[in-house]
Design a protein around this ligand. Structure first.
Ligand code: HEC
Length: 115
């Protein structure tokens, strides 16, 4: 009896702490991804929505397609003026995470929120 009264709060507390740790790690990761994606925004538009100028939107593209294109830039298989150099700055893991980020966005830019 005494045993279970003492044990339970500790269990609850420890699972709460585990949940908290996961939340923080996920938040840190999403912040990191946003920073990586922001470096693409300079040319491909905010959140990967192209503002024209001949540049393609990254938002809403298929994840595997994005990974494939980035790898083809890396190896020189795909023609480029600038993406050769840029793609080489990212590890396979970073490319996968960035690609997943853009793929998860809707292909059509959501309308700007009015108050
Ligand atoms: C300095 C401008 C610039 C930046 C920054 C940039 N890109 Fe590009 N991107 C281009 C240009 C220009 C092309 C067209 C190919 C070329 O000439 O290099 C392109 C093409 C692409 C394509 C192929 C598009 C398609 O569907 O045909 C992908 C994918 C891509 N970029 C991903 C990225 C990602 C991911 C980032 C950020 C990590 C990024 N780019 C950052 C300029 C840029």
């Amino acid at each position: 009896m005494t045993y279970s009264i003492i044990r339970r709060p500790i269990l609850v507390l420890s699972s709460l702490m585990t949940a908290l740790c996961f939340a923080t790690a996920a938040q840190a990761q999403s912040l990191q991804v946003k920073q990586w994606a922001a470096s693409c925004a300079a040319c491909h538009g905010t959140d990967g929505y192209s503002e024209g100028g001949g540049l393609v939107s990254l938002a809403g593209q298929d994840k595997n397609e994005l990974i494939k294109k980035m790898n083809e830039y890396k190896t020189g298989k795909r023609e480029a003026t600038i993406m050769h150099q840029l793609s080489k700055g990212y590890t396979d893991e970073q490319i996968e995470i960035i690609s997943a980020y853009f793929a998860a966005l809707p292909a059509v830019k959501p309308a700007a929120k009015t108050k």
